[in-house]
Design a protein around this ligand. Structure first.
Ligand code: ADP
Length: 302
């Protein structure tokens, strides 16, 4: 299957800080992919490298089925919505459309106008006079008007209220089902991922913690609960992502599809949100893929 984003040994250093390192990963095309991690994790850096707004310190990144990030072909194939929908506030919506038409080789003006009319967004209105939700919808309309193969959005939900957030995600899902565009968006909000994403990539401290299809990740992890005094023995048997112990009870999130719960222990399924949060909280739990690992592959240990 062709990859929406394929990174090999990708790293970016600013001065002494590695914003991203040893990133080898293959994000399949035709999906909605959530790139999640706490603030400062490296999400913007990874997306900027994929869009070609930053150049790698190490490794390489290809987009939309093998095109070098930042090349002329990539500029046609990839649309990018920057954080907080950076638009020119003094321009009208119509001016933004005109600029988009002039700046892009591929442009579907009729569709963009139709979309804005459906949303009830007046073309004459200055961008600065729109609500945050409307601004984000204009940014999405402009991005989709390019007819991209890959749409990359950096924290598109961060500045939106819950209703605008819901409407924005609904618009995104419609675009995916109608146009088959691949979507990769970053977020530090985990709660809505389950409904929207079929793939997730968790990044923390500049490193990929885990990546894969949401259903596979959920099926491949379990929570084991049992007496705390036996926890060390159980933890030795499985790769542990998160280890929580209260005085008498241990709660181990393990990476195993079918862990046999030892006598006196119980096995529970894990939700995507709980799983993602565990990888976001416990970066030291991860043994990370080196440049030679298979894309997306990782191991976990205590
Ligand atoms: P996120 O998008 O997950 O919040 P970023 O990719 O913006 O994280 O940042 C990752 C790390 O790289 C942070 O420690 C940040 O301070 C650092 N960083 C990002 N951009 C720059 C820059 N232009 N100059 C120096 N450090 C940067």
């Amino acid at each position: 299957m062709s990859a929406a984003i394929e990174a090999t040994g990708l790293g970016k250093r600013y001065g002494r800080t590695w914003a991203l390192r040893d990133c080898s990963l293959s994000i399949p095309a035709g999906h909605v992919v959530g790139l999640v991690g706490p603030n400062g994790a490296g999400k913007t850096t990874l997306l900027s490298l994929a869009v070609g707004l930053a150049t790698p310190t190490t490794g390489r990144v290809r987009v939309a089925g093998g095109i070098a990030a930042g090349s002329a072909a990539a500029l046609d194939a990839v649309a990018f919505v920057a954080q907080e929908a950076a638009l020119y506030r003094n321009l009208s919506v119509a001016d933004m459309l005109r600029a988009g038409r002039c700046l892009n080789r591929r442009w579907d003006d009729r569709r963009a106008r139709g979309r804005l009319a459906d949303l009830g967004i007046p073309l004459r209105r200055k961008v600065g006079a729109l609500s945050g939700g409307q601004r984000s919808q204009v940014a999405l309309t402009l991005a989709l008007a390019k007819i991209p193969e890959l749409l990359i959005l950096d924290e598109p939900l961060a500045a939106l209220d819950p209703v605008a957030r819901h409407d924005f995600m609904a618009a995104l899902m419609t675009a995916v089902s109608e146009d088959g565009v691949s979507v990769v968006f970053s977020s530090h909000v985990v709660a809505e991922l389950e409904r929207v994403c079929d793939h997730v990539v968790v990044v923390h401290g500049g490193r990929i913690q885990v990546a894969g299809e949401a259903d596979d990740l959920v099926a491949g992890h379990h929570v084991l609960t049992g007496p705390a005094e036996q926890a060390d023995t159980v933890a030795d048997r499985f790769p542990v992502v998160q280890d929580r112990r209260a005085s008498a009870q241990a709660h181990l999130l393990v990476r195993a599809a079918h862990p046999d719960a030892p006598p006196g222990w119980q096995r529970h399924p894990v939700g995507l949100e709980e799983l993602v949060l565990a990888y976001m909280r416990e970066p030291s739990a991860a043994v990370l893929p080196g440049p030679r690992s298979a894309p997306g592959e990782r191991m976990a240990r205590r």
